[in-house]
Design a protein around this ligand. Sequence first.
Ligand code: MEV
Length: 332
Amino acid sequence: MFSAARAPAKTILLGEHFCVHGAPAISMAVNLYAEARVRKGVEAGIHVSSRGLKAAGLFHGGRYKAEVGGKAGGRLLRPIKIAAEAVLDYAGSPPLDLDVEVESGIPIQVGLGSSAAMAVSTVAAVARFVGLKLSREEVLRLSYFSERLLHYRPSGIDQATCIHGGIIFFQQGAPVKFLKAARPLRLVVGNTGIRRSTGVLVKKVSSLAEEREALMRKNLKAARRLTLQAAEAIRRGDLPQLGRCMDENQKLLSAVGVSHKRLELFIEAARNAGALGAKLTGGGGGGCMIALARGEDLENVAKALQRLHGETYLVETDERGLRSWVGKGCVG
Ligand code: MEV
């Protein structure tokens, strides 16, 4: 017997970084997934493994015993162990020996919310394993501990998107609102292949907000206006208007120093190949960009990015969000 949970990746359509400072943002869950499976461990402690992360090892009594991937592998797996422990603590359960296996089709450290998808699926799978029923808000709170380790001061937008699915209008501290798109949104995701730390980038923007308060206030005001316009465009199915908002948002992200030469190159190539709008997604500084395009232009946009040696994904909205189940048989 094992418990399992699956969560989608996220792409932020408008407002990343600015949402950490109180502005609203729009995020869309997309059809790339991470999955966690939990069963009773065979050794004392929490055993975590992931073929995709090329890491496996046992966390026990404050120590880590690496099996695959050495200490570096342990650093990748630690957020998963923290997510599992958060649930056990919350459940008031005595320490349990667990085997947690996480697999993900979401590339890591490139702004697609892989860590959030792994954290929320681990939280949901462990909760199911110990028979604890959690609300979506509780999953969000419990996954915060592991996200904080990686993202410095996460707004919660990544986990909220993975948990709820669909397209969400997010503002820190307010209940999530769902946006119903009049037309399906299809995106090309272009991965520059440059891995970076979201936490470092969040810190960079936070320092700017302290040092250049007036500039940041102006950018936040513009980001808020664009996000509201984009929400309206999504509801009306006005894709060209949504594309324009994304382009304007990219300028603001560039102005706060989170773009990258290679991201700009990809964004320009996507626009030249017919995208209605393009911008970085997530923390920036490398990682992924997204391009909004009409159905007939998607392939062209993807090809333009591939010519720049970018890895590409054609994605659409995942409407289901986080789900969990109990399975029979072996894990693996
Ligand atoms: C990361 O996907 C989005 C950021 O806005 C950070 C956050 O909101 O937690 C950069």
